[in-house]
Design a protein around this ligand. Structure first.
Ligand code: F6P
Length: 547
């Protein structure tokens, strides 16, 4: 794709945006709303179950027109079509990018290397359904005949963050007499704390790893195996207490899990795009197959919206373009994601991998250094907690931090006035961030002169507000797909490969080398830099003293 495109900064729309930015950079949202009192409902799209208000952004109609030109000149439409057609758009790994096939309906056809992959997707879903029904109903019992009450997903990165985020987000719908835990960190504390109050006879491990070679996951899986064998004594117990989710049957078998108890997926599913593949087995066990299928239907609805809605009404496209606007023209370094729903407490962490592993790239598809910023830093916490911690900096700090506010009109736990208070806070924050408080307003409250500057809120802080009716499995699917496709949009504009992750390799390789050095009893010859050598020596000397 990139070879037929001009470099991003040479695109006419980019250059037009540069001069447009000079005109708009000092215009205040107060002014924009005064000039256009209907702005709040005009810069709004209602579709796919969301009310998306982007009026509190530092944009005019001209900005949107130019950003849409940028999308067109960047070949976004072709790129979207290429993804949905199953073309190998992950060019550095020569792979198709088909998380959209994971939620395709049975009658759809998506061809990869001459094969329709949709039937394979549904075969796995059907096997997952059967298994989940057996475990949830108590038909699948442990080695000693006890019912499975505890499910522990062992995985890391995309094989953990999606499952844990989805479990927390959909806990309301989960089977409450079962315990679900997630072990990811190679720090033994993670495993030790996960199993400390559990009975191995009632515990099922799902070892989730696309490659089945990831050091952290395999270390945790071996420890889990040992713990199970210690309690249950016999090797045959493993078959009742371990299942695998992977693309690598050979490694699964080598580990000792019968591949009959393996749920597969495919190399065209990126780790961070895999929560709706078999990697979602723990989610299905928690919320049941029917709810899992609603989750998939939500993803599918957003896929359809992304694929077919005109760009000016296309939620992921608009969100992605706004992110480019702030990151590349205003110099914003981060995006804060602020869900006003406690169930979404792991959503920002999930988005960190999705967005930052996808778009944290420094070269274009054809390997040229990018002369502009790419993926912003994603971060956030649920509201209202964040208000009492880092919002100070968003309101009055020196940095521009565009924020996504996410809220639901109905609570899953209606308790007195809690939900009204929660939502009033969400709306108030977007209002305060946009309009602030002027010197005159502060003075008119009788503020002593010496404090006036401290109490002024500049405002003009941009926000998106994403409102949905209720947090359901379907809504969650839509929300995740919204961000997936927004990340895609940004990557297409930046002309980067959003689907590889070479940046994680170097640390992995060096860790293996250092591991062999720290495990040796004697002093090995250390050939690292002076700092790393000293750190290794210090660690080894303390370790030796305590052994
Ligand atoms: O280290 C990065 C990464 O490759 C992620 O992209 C991936 O989600 C994670 O590791 C886990 O990989 P796997 O599922 O193969 O264990």
């Amino acid at each position: 794709m990139s070879s037929t495109l001009l470099p991003l900064m040479q695109l006419p729309a980019w250059q037009a945006l540069e001069s447009h930015y000079q005109k708009i950079k000092n215009i205040h949202l107060r002014q924009l709303f005064a000039d256009d009192p209907q702005r709040g409902t005009r810069f709004m799209v209602e579709d796919a179950g969301f009310y998306f208000d982007y009026s509190k952004n530092r944009i005019t109609e001209e900005t949107i027109r130019l950003l849409l030109n940028l999308a067109n000149e960047s070949g976004l439409r072709d790129r979207i079509d290429a993804m949905f057609r199953g073309e190998k758009i992950n060019s550095t790994e020569n792979r198709a990018v088909l998380h959209v096939a994971l939620r395709a309906s049975r009658d759809q056809s998506i061809i990869v290397d001459g094969t329709n992959v949709v039937p394979q997707v549904h075969d796995v879903l059907d096997r997952m359904t059967k298994f989940a029904d057996c475990v949830r109903s108590g038909k699948w019992v442990g080695h000693t005949g006890k019912r499975i009450r505890n499910v522990i997903n062992i995985g890391i990165g995309g094989s953990d963050l999606g499952p844990v985020m989805a479990f927390e987000a959909l806990r309301h719908y989960s089977q409450r007499d079962m315990i679900f835990r997630f072990v990811s960190n190679v720090d033994g504390t993670d495993f030790a704390e996960a199993i400390r109050d559990l009975d191995a006879e009632e515990t099922l491990f799902i070892v989730s790893s696309k490659t089945f070679t990831t050091l952290e996951t395999m270390t945790n899986a071996r420890t889990a195996r040992q713990w199970t064998l210690q309690s249950l004594g016999e090797e045959q117990a493993i078959a009742r207490h371990f299942v695998a989710v992977s693309t690598n049957g050979e490694e699964v078998a080598k580990f000792g899990i019968n591949t009959e108890n393996m749920f597969g997926f495919w190399d065209w599913v990126g780790g961070r795009y895999s929560m709706d593949s078999a990697i979602g087995l723990s989610t299905m066990l928690a919320i049941g197959p029917e709810n899992f299928r609603s989750l998939l239907a939500g993803f599918r609805a957003m896929d359809e919206h992304f694929r077919t809605a005109p760009f000016e009404r296309n939620l992921p496209v608009l969100m992605g373009l706004l992110s480019v606007w702030y990151g590349n023209f205003f110099g914003a370094e981060t995006v804060a994601v602020l869900p006003y729903d406690q169930y979404l407490k792991r959503f920002p962490a999930y988005l960190q991998q999705l967005a930052m592993e996808s778009n944290g790239k420094h070269v274009t598809l054809d390997g040229k250094q990018v002369p502009y910023q790419t993926g912003p830093i994603f971060w956030g916490e649920p509201g209202t907690n964040g208000q009492h911690s880092f919002y100070q900096l968003i309101h009055q700090g020196t940095r521009l931090i565009p924020c996504d506010f996410i809220g639901f009109c109905q609570s899953l736990n209606p308790l007195g006035s809690h939900h009204d208070i929660l939502m009033a806070n969400l709306f108030a924050q977007t209002e305060a961030l946009a309009f602030g408080k002027t010197v005159d307003e502060v003075r008119s409250e009788g503020t002593p002169d010496v404090l006036v500057a401290h109490r002024v809120f500049e405002g003009n802080r941009p926000t998106n507000t994403i409102l949905a009716e209720r947090l359901t499995p379907e809504t969650l699917g839509k929300l995740v797909a919204l961000y997936e496709h927004s990340v895609f949009t940004q990557g297409a504009i930046w002309q980067i490969d959003s689907f590889d992750q070479w940046g994680v390799e170097l640390g992995k390789v060096l860790a293996m080398k250092i591991l062999s050095e720290v495990e040796l009893a004697e002093e090995p010859e250390l050939l690292h830099d002076n700092s790393t050598n000293a750190l290794i020596r210090r660690y080894k000397s303390v370790k030796l003293r305590h052994n």
